[in-house]
Design a protein. Structure first.
Length: 137
């Protein structure tokens, strides 16, 4: 496939695609280390599965925060059903409540908010706590 066709298909220049690949390769070891530190269960439904069957979900999508999304504050470990189901459209405040409940050591609201520049009050700790209360009811 030629350069022009690749750009048309992917919507990005080779240099941008190369930068994205380089970024992903640079964080792969840290991401794997985080995954291996987690319980062998889905953070949402608590289904017990081996780590190789669990998927790393990024609360802030790669497309929304290129070259900034790869931080432990942004990761959740989910089964395929939860990843493809409720988390596909779940609001950030609820995802962050799940993160706080399932992975408190790596929870940081400030860290999450720094991933994608936005208003500092995009999600507040109060909203996260309200969602957390709903989750544990």
């Amino acid at each position: 496939m030629g350069e022009e066709q690749r750009q048309e298909r992917t919507g990005m220049s080779m240099s941008k695609a190369s930068r994205a690949k380089s970024y992903y390769n640079s964080i792969r070891a840290e991401r794997r280390k985080w995954k291996e530190s987690q319980k062998e269960e889905c953070a949402f439904c608590l289904k017990k599965l081996p780590l190789c069957k669990l998927e790393v979900h990024e609360a802030e999508r790669r497309s929304q925060a290129p070259n900034r999304w790869a931080h432990v504050e942004n990761y959740l470990l989910l089964c395929h059903e939860c990843h493809a189901g409720p988390f596909a459209s779940m609001p950030h405040k609820r995802q962050l409540a799940v993160k706080l409940l399932s992975d408190p050591e790596c929870f940081s609201l400030e860290g999450f908010l720094a991933i994608k520049p936005r208003a500092p009050q995009y999600v507040t700790m109060r909203e996260v706590i309200e969602e957390l209360i709903e989750l544990v009811k």
